[in-house]
Write a protein that binds this ligand. Sequence first.
Ligand SMILES: CC(C)(COP(=O)(O)OP(=O)(O)OC[C@H]1O[C@@H](n2cnc3c(N)ncnc32)[C@H](O)[C@@H]1OP(=O)(O)O)[C@@H](O)C(=O)NCCC(=O)NCCS
Length: 194
Amino acid sequence: MPPLRHFAATFREDLEAARRRDPAARSLLEVALAYPGVHAVWTYRVAHAMWREPGLRLPARLLSQLVRALTGIEIHPGARLGRRLFIDHGMGVVIGETAEVGDDVVLFHGSTLGGKSMRHGKRHPTLGDHVVVGAGAKILGPVWIGDGVQVGANAVVIHDVPAGAIAVGVPAQIRRRSVAAPFDAEVDDPAIYI
Ligand SMILES: CC(C)(COP(=O)(O)OP(=O)(O)OC[C@H]1O[C@@H](n2cnc3c(N)ncnc32)[C@H](O)[C@@H]1OP(=O)(O)O)[C@@H](O)C(=O)NCCC(=O)NCCS
């Protein structure tokens, strides 16, 4: 189990990521108290640490189900989620056991990182860094979603998506941006516009 100061630092990062990415957020206190996505990610980080300890897998699952009941966000404790994940609104988000998510990812409500088969082993998606998954989008199977990809609202993604692409529709079609955009730089560093 990581030391408490590890959790404190990671929780702080998660909080600041939510504050930075949601223009509606007015203060860190508001985010800490009123953002179910932040609560779900915080609890996931504890549940994931428990999941890695022999004998704590059942309590980890129970904790994640308790938070699902409270937030509407279901994150399996076995999933591997990166730093500064922001789940906006949150209700209806599902993240499966073998999903892997990079750093600085945003998931909107109703998005699913799900499986297509009942087989054991890797059956959920892998997302790179700086991916944005729109509201209601489903990414299904052990597909790979490259860095900086944007998945459109309500898209259903069943194939790999190359870095920097936009995936929209059902089943999702790949569209490349006409201009190479720095990954969410305007959100990470508003100073570039000054
Ligand atoms: C996919 C997305 C990222 C593209 O945004 P963008 O870079 O501004 O691109 P554009 O709006 O120029 O759209 C590019 C093309 O994809 C299409 N498109 C965009 N979003 C789409 C969607 N969700 N479903 C289907 N097609 C979509 C557009 O019609 C356009 O097609 P065209 O080139 O034939 O005209 C954005 O539309 C989106 O869906 N974001 C999710 C946001 C979200 O879930 N917000 C919830 C907030 S509560």
